[in-house]
Design a protein around this ligand. Structure first.
Ligand code: HEC
Ligand code: HEC
Ligand code: HEC
Ligand code: HEC
Ligand code: HEC
Ligand code: HEC
Ligand code: HEC
Ligand code: HEC
Ligand code: HEC
Ligand code: HEC
Length: 336
C-alpha cells in the first residue's frame, strides 16, 4: 500500500542534498511538490488496481546506523573522517544520516543489498559526482567551489583526487608535498619528467609541491596558477624581491610573467632559463633594436660605435651590466 510520505523531500531523491548548505530553492520545491502530488494522485486513482511493485517506491533515508550493520569497516573509519561533522552537526541537514548525504537515500539498497540501488559517486559521470560534493562545498573561500578549473572542464572529478573513505597517505586530502606530487603526476607524468632536469625547484626532494604554484580547483589566472597577496602570481610568495613595484619595470616580468624567460618546471639551463645563454633569452625580444648610425645613441649592433658589440664577449652576458633584469628602482636601463 502507498502511504503518503512524512516529508516531501524524502520522495524526491535528488532534492535533499541541496538543503545541506543553502536555503531551500522554492521553485524547485514547488515543482517537486507538484510532481509528487501528481504521482500521489495517480496512485490514489489506481485504488482497486494491483499495487505497484515494491521497487517502484522511491528510496527513503534509513540513517547511518543501518549502513553500519553491513559496512562496519567503512562506518568505523568514518568516525575519524572530517566528514563525520555531517553526522553530528544539525545545521548541515544530514545529522544521523551522513552516509546518505553522498550516497542518497538508502532504504532500497538496505533491503536488496544490490549495488544498483545505491549511488556510488565514483561510478557517476564527473559532472554528476561533482554536483554531489558541491552541494556542500560551493562558494568556500578556498576556491574549492570554482568549477572553472580545467580539471572540472576536462572530466576530472573531485573524487579523482579525494578518496572519501581512505585515511592516511593519499587519503581525503593529500597534504604532504610528496603525496601531492604523487597524486598529480599520476596524470601529469610529462611535467614530472621536467622536474628531473638539472635546474629545478626541489619537488623530487619533497621540499615543494605542485600546489605551491597551482590550485587544482582553479583560479582566475591561466593554468590555475596560485595567487598570493592581491591576486599576484604565487611565485611572489617565495620570490618577493621580484614582485616590485619598481620605479623602472621590465615590462615582460609583469605582462608576460616569469615563464617568458624561465621554465618553472625545470630546465637544462642555469637559473631555469629558457635558453642556454642569457643573451639568447634577451635577444629573443631585443634583437630588433635599431642598428646604430651616429649620432643616434642606439645600442645593439655590431658596428662601432654601437655600445653593444655582440661580437665582443664583453657584451654577451647582458646581465653583467643589466643586473636588475626583474626591475630597478634607480636605473632606467636596469643597471642596478
Ligand atoms: C544488509 C546489508 C547492507 C546494508 C544495510 C547496506 N549495504 Fe551497502 N552494500 C551491501 C552489499 C552486500 C554491497 C555489495 C553489492 C555488490 O557489490 O553487488 C553493498 C554495496 C554498497 C555500495 C557500493 C555500490 C557500488 O556501486 O559499488 C555502497 C556505496 C553502499 N553499499 C552504501 C551503503 C549505504 C550508504 C548504506 C546505508 C544507507 C548501506 N550501503 C547499507 C550491503 C548492505
Ligand atoms: C562525503 C561523501 C561520502 C560520505 C559522507 C560517505 N561516502 Fe561512501 N563513498 C563516497 C565515494 C566518493 C565513494 C567512492 C570511493 C571513494 O572515493 O572512496 C564511496 C564508496 C563507498 C562504498 C563502496 C566502497 C568500495 O570499496 O567500493 C561504500 C560501501 C560506502 N561508500 C559506504 C558508506 C558509508 C557506510 C558511509 C557512512 C558511514 C559513507 N559511505 C559515507 C562518498 C561518501
Ligand atoms: C553534506 C555536506 C557535504 C557533502 C555532500 C560533501 N562534503 Fe566534504 N566536507 C563537509 C564538511 C562538513 C567537512 C568538514 C570540514 C569543514 O569544516 O568544512 C568536509 C570536508 C571535506 C574535505 C576537507 C577535509 C580537510 O581535511 O580539510 C574534503 C577534501 C572534502 N570534504 C571533499 C568532499 C568531496 C570530494 C565530496 C563529494 C564526494 C564531499 N566532500 C561532499 C561536508 C560535505
Ligand atoms: C586535481 C586534483 C583535485 C581535484 C580534481 C579536486 N581537488 Fe580538492 N584538493 C586537492 C589537493 C591537492 C588539495 C590540498 C591543497 C593544499 O593542501 O593546498 C585539495 C584540498 C581540498 C579541500 C580542503 C581545502 C583546504 O584548502 O584545506 C577541499 C574541501 C576540497 N579539496 C574539495 C574538493 C572538491 C569539492 C572538488 C570538486 C569540485 C575538488 N576538491 C577537486 C586536489 C584536488
Ligand atoms: C585524474 C587525472 C589528473 C590528476 C590526478 C591531476 N590532473 Fe591536472 N589535468 C588533468 C587533465 C585531463 C587536464 C586538462 C588537459 C591538460 O591540460 O593536460 C589537466 C590540466 C591541468 C593543468 C592545466 C590547467 C589549465 O588551466 O590549463 C594544471 C596546472 C594541472 N592540471 C595541475 C594539476 C595538479 C597540481 C594536480 C595535483 C593536485 C593535478 N593536475 C592532478 C588531469 C589530472
Ligand atoms: C615553481 C612553480 C611551479 C611548480 C612547482 C609547478 N608548476 Fe606547473 N606551471 C607553472 C607555470 C608558471 C605554468 C605556466 C607556464 C606557461 O605559462 O607557459 C605551469 C603550467 C603547467 C601546466 C600546463 C601545461 C604545461 O605543461 O605547461 C600543467 C599541466 C602543470 N603546470 C602541471 C604541474 C604539475 C603536475 C606540477 C607538479 C608536479 C607542477 N605543475 C608544478 C608553475 C609551476
Ligand atoms: C614555495 C616557494 C616557491 C615558489 C612558490 C616558487 N619558488 Fe622559485 N625557488 C624557490 C626556492 C627555495 C628556490 C631555490 C632553489 C632550490 O630550491 O634549490 C627557487 C629557485 C628559483 C629559480 C632559480 C634560482 C637559481 O639561482 O637557480 C628560479 C628562476 C625560480 N625559482 C623561479 C620561480 C618562478 C618563475 C616561480 C613561479 C612560477 C617560482 N619560482 C615559485 C621557492 C619557490
Ligand atoms: C625578461 C626575462 C626574465 C623574466 C620575465 C623573469 N626573469 Fe628571473 N631571471 C632572468 C635572468 C636572465 C636571470 C639570471 C640573472 C643572472 O644571470 O644574473 C634570472 C634569475 C632569476 C632568479 C635567480 C637569481 C635571483 O635574482 O634571485 C630568480 C629566483 C628569478 N629569476 C625569479 C623570477 C621570477 C619569480 C619571475 C617572475 C616574477 C622572473 N624571474 C621573471 C630573467 C627573467
Ligand atoms: C619577452 C620579451 C623580452 C625579453 C625576453 C627581454 N626583454 Fe627587455 N624589454 C622588453 C620590453 C617590451 C621592454 C620595454 C621596451 C620599451 O620600453 O621600449 C624592455 C626593456 C628593457 C630594458 C630597458 C630599456 C629602456 O627603456 O631603457 C633593458 C635594459 C632590457 N629590456 C634588457 C633586457 C635584458 C638584459 C634581457 C635578457 C635578460 C631582456 N631585456 C629580455 C622585452 C623583453
Ligand atoms: C658592458 C655593459 C653592457 C652589456 C654587457 C650589455 N649592455 Fe645593454 N646597455 C648598456 C648601456 C651602457 C646602455 C645604455 C645606453 C644609453 O642609455 O644610452 C644599454 C642599453 C640597453 C638597452 C636599452 C636600449 C634603449 O633603446 O634604450 C637594451 C634593451 C639593452 N641594453 C639590452 C642589452 C642586451 C640584450 C644585452 C646582451 C646581449 C646587453 N644589453 C648587454 C650596457 C651594456
Amino acid at each position: 500500500m502507498f502511504r503518503p510520505p512524512r516529508d516531501m523531500s524524502m520522495v524526491c531523491a535528488s532534492l535533499p542534498a541541496r538543503r545541506a548548505s543553502r536555503p531551500p530553492c522554492w521553485s524547485a520545491l514547488i515543482a517537486a511538490a507538484l510532481l509528487c502530488s501528481a504521482t500521489l494522485g495517480g496512485a490514489q486513482q489506481q485504488t482497486g488496481a494491483p499495487a505497484p511493485p515494491p521497487d517502484n517506491k522511491p528510496a527513503t533515508y534509513v540513517g547511518s546506523d543501518t549502513c553500519q550493520a553491513c559496512h562496519e569497516d567503512i562506518f568505523n573509519a568514518f568516525q575519524k573522517s572530517p566528514h563525520h561533522l555531517v553526522e553530528t552537526d544539525k545545521k548541515r541537514g544530514f545529522d544521523t544520516k551522513a552516509c546518505e548525504s553522498c550516497h542518497g537515500p538508502g532504504s532500497k539498497h538496505a533491503d536488496s543489498v544490490s549495488a544498483a540501488d545505491i549511488r556510488n559517486p565514483l561510478k557517476l559521470r564527473p559532472a554528476e559526482a561533482d554536483k554531489a560534493c558541491l552541494t556542500c562545498h560551493l562558494n568556500q573561500p578556498t576556491h574549492v567551489g570554482r568549477i572553472t578549473s580545467s580539471h572540472a572542464k576536462n572530466q576530472v572529478a573531485c573524487v579523482a583526487c579525494h578518496s572519501i573513505h581512505k585515511n592516511g597517505p593519499n587519503g581525503l586530502v593529500a597534504r604532504k608535498a610528496v603525496e601531492i606530487n604523487q597524486l598529480c603526476t599520476q596524470c601529469h607524468a610529462d611535467v614530472w619528467a621536467s622536474f628531473q632536469r638539472p635546474y629545478k625547484h626541489r619537488l623530487p626532494e619533497g621540499a615543494m609541491s605542485c600546489v605551491d604554484c597551482h590550485n587544482p580547483h582553479g583560479t582566475f589566472l591561466p593554468r590555475s596558477i596560485q595567487t598570493s597577496r592581491a591576486n599576484e602570481p604565487g611565485c611572489f610568495k617565495c620570490h618577493g624581491d621580484k614582485a616590485g613595484p619598481f620605479v623602472f619595470e621590465h615590462p615582460p616580468v609583469r605582462l608576460e610573467g616569469c615563464a617568458a624567460c624561465h621554465e618553472p618546471h625545470g630546465s637544462a639551463n642555469p637559473r631555469m632559463l629558457t635558453r642556454h645563454q642569457v643573451s639568447l633569452v634577451c635577444l629573443e625580444c631585443h634583437s630588433n633594436l635599431t642598428v646604430p648610425t651616429p649620432p643616434t645613441n642606439a645600442n645593439l649592433g655590431s658596428t662601432p660605435p654601437a655600445i653593444h658589440d655582440l661580437r665582443s664577449p664583453r657584451f654577451q652576458n647582458c646581465t653583467n651590466c643589466h643586473q636588475k633584469v626583474h626591475g630597478s628602482n634607480v636605473s632606467r636601463d636596469l643597471f642596478k
